[in-house]
Write a protein that binds this ligand. Structure first.
Ligand code: WTA
Length: 638
């Protein structure tokens, strides 16, 4: 039986050094070699065409492919009967669903045909608003099969946030479920879609509804169609749309420091090559391993490392419907033991939440199959790292702390499981092909020595770098390519130690990271300001023991309005309505004034320090328009 070719898997740290050096000396040769292991319809002309001024990045241009043929069809001979997706339901005693590569291929075909029948074609945008169910994975792949562009919206966002995203991308179809099972509760999903449509989504022709819990839902005759009715009876064979390497694969909305979330655009060819290469190397995935990433497919981690990366490599990927604490705080470890998980990938916020419940929940579960533990989404503090290492990894399992972003498509800085030196709180070394730089904030010059600290940038394109932001290329340019001319700026600050290992310090812009979720402070402020009795607000992050960062809101209310708990509740409700529960402020402080510069800009630096309890070192306040505001803010801290 022919073995499916895969990108190169590095097998020692020494080899990593050699491969890295080669990837920098000859990026085109290096990535072409990885790319050749995939199935393409036609080959590329130039491997890479780029400049970071426009910016313009094109990998493998001229080549054609379909990513799902690489995720599915090409595995059928060798591993058609191997489990591709292993679904672990919310209720521990409900049946596990295992879809083999052959079954997944057939199911994707059926849904692809159903979507085509609904009039969805190449380049059309399809929005997903679904819980973590198999049908989500299948239909996302079905979109890719027929060349439609998927835009998955995390099912915790509000109707308003959903409507904004649907409208920005002019989606013609929304795929949703009736309800979402989360722990002991079922949460309405379809009702949120109805609310979004009521806000006005003129591009939406249909809503395809997956029956999940079977509970009652409202039905709109003109638009709503049942998933099962459309999919049943379809042929499982669905011709893959032939896509250009630089055709859009998906849009994923993410928060930045200004304005509304932007649609990060990834394309087919480069994203495929990079997610597969990075998955294989970071997790040191070997055929037959069971891999589990606990993220939601609504975020980039789920796209790249539940779906595409693992399936491209012929892995068995676990998809978990539930939450880490249901029925108790041992659920992750129970599932790891039950399915003999070999690689486990989660976020520091989950580790901290479980750590707080005590290690007794880890004990008693057989975790001897674990080979690599991963962390993603936010800096992992030393205490959480040690706990993960000592209790989950039993002191034996290597940890990979993977730094990357929605915009990077794949992991950028990380150890390679078991091969690289590891150091708590350090993400480690850049992956092959990733040319990182630290840049001095004041001078804009690259800092080449070690140790150093500065703005974290990337000097050279890698295959899965974002290509644009949907319908707004200028925003892409100004957000990422103007802070440091000639480089991609990440928004993060970092340190490099004497050995060249990177430690991510955190965002240096007005983005906060709450439980591993990115929030723009401006977005939260805009939501708060929607409240009729709010005059102005300023939102900052502060250290939070479980969430990493909490949301702290300073709010000025209109004259004569009582600044009380009832108003606090209304403000929280407003944020839930505008964005969703993940953005609700943890603390609200009512203030009479906000400290401002003479040019009228809010001094966030000071507000951040006050919210963090660092009132001793406020720095220079002499340039303030209203220095007395600082005293008031300190006096009223909550
Ligand atoms: C942060 C998530 C420290 C960082 C994949 C980045 C991290 C933002 C790490 C991107 C890590 C992600 N260590 N910080 N290992 N991973 N971050 O787009 O601030 O949701 O800029 O992508 O999360 O968040 P995003």
């Amino acid at each position: 039986m022919p073995t499916t070719p895969l990108p190169h898997r590095i097998q020692s740290f020494q080899e990593y050094r050699e491969v890295y050096a080669r990837s920098v000396a000859d990026p085109e040769g290096f990535w072409a070699e990885q790319a050749r292991t995939f199935r393409w319809h036609t080959g590329w002309g130039r491997v890479l065409d780029w400049n970071f001024e426009e910016p313009r990045v094109r990998w493998f241009e001229g080549a054609t492919l379909n990513i799902t043929e690489n995720c599915l069809d090409r595995h059928l001979d060798e591993r058609g009967d191997q489990t591709a997706i292993l679904f672990e339901p919310n209720e521990p005693d409900d049946p596990v669903v295992k879809l083999t590569y052959r079954e997944l291929h057939a199911e994707v075909g059926r849904v692809g045909n159903a979507l085509r029948e609904l009039g969805v074609g190449k380049g059309d945008r399809v929005c997903f608003y679904m819980p973590m169910v198999v049908e989500l994975a299948v239909s996302v792949l079905a979109c890719a099969r027929i060349g439609a562009i998927h835009s998955v919206v995390f099912a915790g966002f509000s109707a308003q946030a959903l409507a904004d995203r649907v409208n920005d991308a002019d989606c013609s179809l929304i795929i949703c479920s009736d309800y979402n099972r989360r722990g002991s509760k079922n949460i309405p999903v379809k009702a949120v879609v109805d609310d979004a449509l009521a806000l006005g989504c003129p591009s939406v022709r249909n809503v395809l509804v997956h029956r999940n819990t079977g509970e009652e839902i409202a039905w709109n005759k003109g638009t709503d169609v049942w998933y099962h009715e459309r999919v049943e009876g379809q042929s499982s064979s669905c011709a893959a749309e032939v896509m250009g390497a630089e055709d859009v694969l998906f849009i994923l909305y993410t928060s930045g420091s200004t304005g509304k979330p932007k649609g990060v655009v990834h394309t087919c060819g480069g994203y495929m090559v990079y997610t597969a290469f990075s998955f294989l190397n970071v997790f040191q995935y070997q055929p037959g391993d069971v891999y589990w990433c606990t993220a939601d497919i609504g975020w980039i981690t789920g796209h790249s490392y539940i779906l595409y990366g693992p399936l491209l490599c012929g892995a068995t990927t676990v998809m978990f419907e539930g939450v880490p604490t249901y029925p108790d705080a041992g659920r992750f470890w129970q599932v790891c033991a039950k399915h003999h998980v070999n690689q486990f990938y989660t976020a520091p916020t989950a580790i901290r939440a479980l750590m707080a419940r005590g290690h007794k929940f880890v004990e008693g579960h057989d975790l001897s199959d674990l080979k690599v533990l991963g962390s993603v989404g936010e800096p992992i503090n030393e205490e959480a790292w040690e706990w993960y290492h000592d209790y989950v990894g039993q002191g034996r399992v290597p940890i990979v702390d993977t730094w990357w972003q929605t915009e990077t498509g794949g992991m950028m800085i990380s150890g390679l499981g078991g091969l690289s030196p590891q150091k708590a709180t350090f993400a480690g070394y850049p992956l092959p092909g990733i040319q990182m730089a630290l840049v001095d904030k004041e001078s804009g010059q690259e800092l080449t020595g070690n140790p150093e600290s500065g703005l974290l940038c990337v000097k050279f394109p890698w295959p899965s770098i974002l290509r644009t932001t949907w319908c707004d290329h200028e925003r892409c340019r100004t957000t990422y390519f103007t802070t440091v001319p000639g480089m991609y700026f990440t928004g993060d600050g970092a340190r490099r130690d004497a050995e060249g290992m990177y430690r991510i310090v955190g965002r240096v812009d007005d983005v906060i990271n709450v439980s591993g979720h990115r929030m723009g402070t401006a977005e939260v402020e805009n939501a708060i300001n929607e409240h009729g009795q709010v005059v102005e607000s300023a939102v900052v992050g502060y250290p939070h023991a479980i969430k990493g960062q909490g949301i702290y809101a300073y709010v000025i209310v209109a004259d004569g309005v009582p600044a009380d708990d009832r108003l606090r509740e209304e403000i929280v409700a407003m944020v839930r309505q505008e964005i969703g529960p993940i953005a609700k402020p943890d603390k609200i402080q009512f203030v009479a004034e906000l400290p401002k510069t003479r040019s009228g800009k809010i001094m966030r630096r000071i507000l951040r320090k006050v919210a963090s309890g660092e009132t001793e070192q406020l720095g220079d306040t002499s340039t303030l328009l209203n220095p007395e505001a600082v005293e008031q803010v300190i006096a009223g801290v909550v």
